[in-house]
Design a protein around this ligand. Sequence first.
Ligand SMILES: [Zn+2]
Length: 472
Amino acid sequence: MPTRFDLLIKDVQAVDSLNKFNVQSDIGIKGSKITAVAQGLNKEEASTVIEGNFLTAIPGLIDTHVHLGISSCGFNMLTRAGVTTALDMSGTSQDIAKTALKFGTGITYGTLEAIIPGTNIANNDPSTEEIRQFVENALSNGSYGVKILGGHFPLTPAASKRMVRFCQDNGIYIAWHAGSTENGSDMKGMREAVTAAAGGFLHLPHINAYCRGSFASPPSETMEALELLQENPAIISESYLSPRNGANLICDENGIPKSKIVLNCLRKNNFSEDREGVRAAIRKGFLAVMKDINHETCLIEGQEGVEFFDEQDSKVSGSFDNINPLSSRLLAAAGRRYPANEFTVDALATDGGCIPRNVTLKTGIEFVRMGVFTMQEFVHKACLMPARMLNLENKGHLSIGADADITIFNPQTGKAEFVIVQGRTLLSRGILHSGTPTAFCTDKGLSFYERKNLPVFSVTPNLTRLNRSLNP
Ligand SMILES: [Zn+2]
């Protein structure tokens, strides 16, 4: 006999920012949808029951800034962190589709393909016609939109502007990691990106990363960043909560790290800007190396880290600690627009995925405890607003009829215990179940995923003014 619910989650503290509740409840799921949110739902009417034991249940986290192409571990790491939908911010869609098929979990993901001079575009000053071709290729290869990776592979200011303009005029989702051949990934770069957007749409990633104190104190830089966003409401943005960064530690034949980010981090913290400095930073625990252990990227420090760095002949990624000042992380997370009282930075993201800083839940809960925002506001920034940014109407809330994407976590530790996507349980008391992810892209990319046998649905990006309302 068919049951009323395929899955019934009993006795959770359910929190939702769209429907404005934070109540003790059960949640009933039929197929891939939420069909009941109420107390006292009958276990006899369900095929499967999850005992919630008064853990907290929220709409699945939606992370609008991750990297899935760096290793095979990203899908696992996101799922364990409670993420049900993610936007990869560099691509390629081709590489990530391969990883998804081989090492995926059943989460939902989209990609933005980055424009990289010398790789997928001839040089750093492409014409509008070259940009048009790049964008067309990216979309037909499954990308939801495109990205300028200004901090790593900058374009000239004029070409960056052409690209933003082209995307705005053609309804293409565009993100710009601020920075150009003229300006760095800092407040100068942010001002340049904001000016180039000229009052139109732009996704400006990781606001906190521009406010590390290059020109003024981190709090005053963050205040300026918030002011720029307030004045440019068509720009959408996120910030992350981790103190850590991620960078490639590879050294050239003279033993000098190739990455400018690595050199900066070493110099600012009084380590020599060479292989020896990298070793010393790892030994002291200021820098950790990334090592994949059982499909999770772990951070290794101290002597063990130095040995791994040497073993790999510097060809290893690393993560510096305390690169993102707490003051800018806090202000970017807490800042409000006036007079509306809506959050200035729209969403919480991680810039994580394969990079082990998927801490939205863990650190977000600490911020709730500190009073930076309420639990409902946390859900607003981590679930509903990201869904609105990506135009995923059925996600980010626990309404009847919404996608059954639910993260159930321990409110004391911020640890995800259960992760449910489209009614399927991907994580159950710490045990991860593999599965095939579902991709989202524009109409133009559907056949790309169909050819690869990856489930897919299409979404039309909404580049009009974002609904930031804290009210339904
Ligand atoms: Zn990133």
